[in-house]
Structure formats: C-alpha cells, structure tokens
Ligand binder design. Structure first.
Ligand SMILES: [Zn+2]
Length: 75
C-alpha cells in the first residue's frame, strides 16, 4: 500500500524507510511500525514485574518459614 510523503507529497512505493524524493523522516505509518520507545517500555515492564514477584516470593517464603518455626516452638 503506497504512502504519501508528509514533507513533499511524493508517493512512496516502499512500505518502510525514508522518503526517496526529499530524504525526510518517516511517515506516521512507519513511526507506528518501528516504535523504539514502546518496545523499551514493553521490555522493561516484565523485568520489573519479575523482580517484584521474585521479591514477593522470597518474602512469603521467609514469612512461611517464620510461621513454621513459630508453630514448631508451640508443640
Ligand atoms: Zn518526501
């Protein structure tokens, strides 16, 4: 599907890449396709989630061991 350059109005035959006529930046469609900011946010979100879940797991394991020790002291 050809696109029209927002700078010079050239009809682009290529789906991606800079304008062959004026060499200006990418069209809005291309900016939607390669989104480095969005990719970085997507890659960082699961990393933080894993860290949070890992910390929660360690904390809950520690609390469980504490509780087991407290119960063992009672009997
Ligand atoms: Zn152009």
């Amino acid at each position: 599907m050809p696109r029209k350059c927002p700078e010079c109005g050239w009809i682009w035959p290529k789906p991606t890449g800079p304008c062959p006529a004026c060499g200006s930046g990418d069209a809005p469609e291309t900016k939607l396709m390669d989104t480095p900011v969005f990719d970085g946010a997507e890659a960082k979100a699961p990393w933080h989630l894993k860290l949070l879940l890992g910390a929660l797991g360690v904390y809950l394991s520690w609390r469980f061991l504490q509780m087991a020790g407290w119960i063992a002291d009672r009997f």
